[in-house]
Write a protein that binds this ligand. Structure first.
Ligand code: TRP
Length: 448
């Protein structure tokens, strides 16, 4: 085991916040959040989502960061150091989830890169969504074209991670995240000033509680959890490079708030555009790649805004993918003494190999089904509905029950968090979070 004391650390608290917000802000915020909100009734969903993020997301994120900072290790090393060999598999679950998530994340990220080029070359210059749906389907179902973009994306991710913590991940995040915020602000301002955008604002801001059901809570919970990068040790690994004098509660609050703000702005932007042009807000996953290009084509200056939008998505995907690769790389470097460079090459190649069947499942392998699902859907479903909730469930039980004294000491000695807050936090981790997570797992399995 490599000495935990000479581990490379983030250069500054700002660097950590940008990197962790980079992990959290991803396709989940800009691609998934607006359509999930659109399908779940708008404003009412938003209120529930905010409450869940503030209570449940915040507690889980703090617990992962505390385990990382206390141990200065990767997920496998961290859980076995604090809990003994019995807890080692929990770390492995995280490493495995990383591969599974990257296999489909890379594919969608590749599409965003391709769409930057399509916008620039005028391939998307149509206002008819059926034509754009055809363009989209033709592109994603071809064999080599999307894979080439996925490979390009993966090469970018590998280059950043190979650069290390402060010179790679931190340096890029400190530049890319502010760029992302500026792009998003610019696009949102443009969107809300479009004629007819007020309808989108109304949809967003006037909660319709008749649309709220138990399923709404489930959707909000699953979204919160994916959006905050919880359940596979991303936050844990990033926390392991954190200086002891950076306070966990306020630092985590900064990351969680940035993530929330980005989701809200992305929702506002997408809904304003969609309503302004009279499209259906509940169009589902195609909203980004089909509906939005149709709208950009009919807007003045649409090519410019379209390119800005897909650059925004690509940046968001890049900083998230970096954080999905890092725990596995950290594991190989800490526990198997691989050089960072070799660890990155090995992981990136393996992830890309897994991305191949994922990408082909929209074309040549579309009839190849495992458990009634295409490879892409299977990976997405296994990670989002089972592996991540399971990882988060076990880690909240771990921190709430097994390591609670250590966790309390970590937050009181280093961060001087008031005792009552720590007690409340532990109660959430002991009872509330496990019940919510067990509920997600059971309902995914169709048992409740
Ligand atoms: N949070 C990212 C998004 O919103 C995706 C992501 C990065 C993630 N790391 C993760 C999801 C770890 C689950 C677990 O797109």
């Amino acid at each position: 085991m490599k000495g935990a004391e000479n581990r490379e650390l983030w250069g500054s608290r700002f660097g950590f916040v940008m990197a962790a917000a980079g992990s959290a802000v991803g396709l989940g915020n800009i691609w998934r959040f607006p359509y999930v909100m659109g399908e779940n009734g708008g404003g009412a969903f938003l209120l529930i989502y905010i409450a869940i993020v503030a209570i449940f997301g915040m507690s889980l994120a703090m617990s992962e960061i505390a385990v990382g900072r206390a141990t200065r290790r990767n997920p496998v090393g961290a859980f076995s150091l604090l809990g003994g060999p019995m807890w080692r598999p929990l770390g492995f679950l995280g490493v495995l989830s990383g591969f599974v998530i990257l296999s489909f994340y890379t594919v969608v990220a590749g599409w965003t890169l391709a769409y930057i080029g399509f916008m620039l070359r005028g391939i998307l210059a149509s206002t008819d969504p059926t034509i754009l749906a055809g363009t989209f389907d033709q592109f994603i179902s071809s064999a080599l074209h999307p894979l080439a973009y996925a490979a390009l994306f993966m090469a970018g991710v590998a280059t950043v991670v190979a650069g290390g913590i402060s010179k790679g991940i931190e340096r890029f995040s400190k530049f890319l995240m502010p760029t992302l915020f500026l792009l998003l602000l610019g696009l949102t301002l443009r969107a809300v000033t479009l004629p007819g955008a007020t309808e989108g604002l109304n949809f967003f801001l006037s909660p319709d509680f008749s649309k709220v059901s138990v399923a709404t809570f489930g959707a909000a919970l699953a979204q919160a959890f994916f959006s905050l990068s919880l359940g596979m040790g991303c936050m844990l690994t990033y926390g392991s490079y954190l200086r002891r004098d950076s306070r966990i509660p306020s630092t985590t609050a900064a990351v969680v708030s940035l993530d929330l703000v980005v989701s809200v702005l992305a929702g506002l932007m997408v809904m304003s555009i969609v309503f302004s042009f009279g499209f259906d807000p509940a169009a589902g996953p195609g909203l980004t790649f089909i509906t939005l290009p149709a709208i950009f084509a009919s807007m003045s200056g649409g090519v410019f805004f379209g390119v800005a939008f897909f650059v925004l998505l690509a940046i968001a995907a890049l900083t998230s993918a970096i954080s999905i690769l890092e725990p596995t790389v950290a594991y190989l470097v800490d526990e198997h003494q691989l050089s960072r460079r070799n660890a990155v090459i090995a992981c990136a190649l393996l992830c890309f190999a897994l991305a191949i069947p994922s990408s082909l499942s929209f074309g040549h392998l579309s009839n190849f089904h495992i458990l009634d699902r295409s490879f892409f859907d299977l990976m997405d479903h296994a990670a989002t509905n089972y592996m991540l909730p399971m990882g988060a469930l076990l880690s909240s039980l771990f921190v709430g029950w097994k390591w609670s004294d250590g966790a309390a000491a970590e937050l009181s000695t280093h961060d001087r968090t008031p005792a009552a807050w720590i007690q409340g936090w532990l109660l959430l981790l002991r009872f509330v979070a496990p019940v919510c997570l067990a509920w997600i797992l059971l309902s995914s399995a169709g048992l409740i």
